[in-house]
Design a protein around this ligand. Structure first.
Ligand code: C5P
Length: 237
């Protein structure tokens, strides 16, 4: 499948249309951004690593019965995906306190969250992705009540599958962000990506950060650490 015109350019991926109206190509770039795009750098091999990592994780989720957008790994940096009408909210689940939760509520980083916390954020760079709740989503028509409950259920099912996967590989899944879309027949499908750019992973023993916080906090060895995460999961990059 060939890339045709560019449909959308995000901070780390570009989306292209294809000759098939129901399929798109996600191109993973080396661009790495943080703080609403205020910090941007090119990290060598990051696009390739994230493309292959995403394909690996989405395949695991498919195996567990969770419908995802991913169809096929096309090349180092490209994946073929189903076209979805994306719902403009981010679904975050937190198993351990970190990041914006720590700042917002003044809890200590590393506090275990049991049960896990679920949060919605509106995808809007200009407004810095504000937190929203079910009522905002319903009132503004971003999703229906059924779609909201489906997004929550699926996000927690992903938690069960991936918490176990990372745990077996010596890592803690601290938190992560998912995005969903609606396919051509109206089903809610997991879209966008699951990579160390959009989750927090800590080494179980040392609590070393193995995700994009290495970039945000200037800890170095960003892509090398992503490759180690993959390696521990049995994916050679
Ligand atoms: O920043 P915050 O603590 O709210 O992020 C929660 C989780 O969601 C983190 O794993 C972060 O990497 C991810 N996230 C993301 N894209 C955003 C906001 C958060 O991938 N725009």
């Amino acid at each position: 499948m060939e890339k045709r015109e560019e449909l959308y350019r995000g901070k780390a991926k570009t989306v292209y249309v294809t000759d098939d109206a129901d399929k798109l190509i996600l191109h993973f770039r080396n661009d790495t951004s943080a703080f609403d795009g205020q910090k941007i750098e090119q990290l060598e091999r990051k696009g390739e690593v994230n493309n292959k990592f995403n394909h690996f994780i989405m395949s695991k989720l498919e195996d567990a019965g969770i419908a995802t957008q991913v169809e096929e790994l096309l090349s180092d940096n490209d994946s073929l995906v189903k076209k979805l009408e994306m719902i403009p909210v981010e679904c975050v689940v937190r198993n351990v306190a970190a990041g914006s939760l720590v700042k917002r509520l003044g809890v200590e980083e590393g506090t275990l969250l049991d049960p896990p916390v679920f949060e919605f954020f509106l995808k809007n760079d200009a407004l810095h992705d504000p937190m929203v709740n079910d009522y905002h989503i319903l009132s503004f028509g971003w999703a229906t009540e059924n779609q909201i409950s489906e997004m929550k259920n699926l996000t927690f099912r992903v938690n069960e599958v991936l918490k176990a996967l990372f745990d077996e590989a010596g890592m803690m899944l601290v938190d992560y962000k998912l995005e969903f879309g609606i396919d051509s027949v109206g089903n809610i499908v997991l879209g966008d990506e699951f990579t160390p750019d959009g989750c927090r992973l800590w080494d179980k023993e040392t609590r070393n950060k193995m995700d994009k916080d290495r970039f945000r906090q200037g800890l170095g060895s960003v892509v090398e650490t992503y490759i180690e995460v993959a390696d521990r999961l049995g994916l050679k990059l």
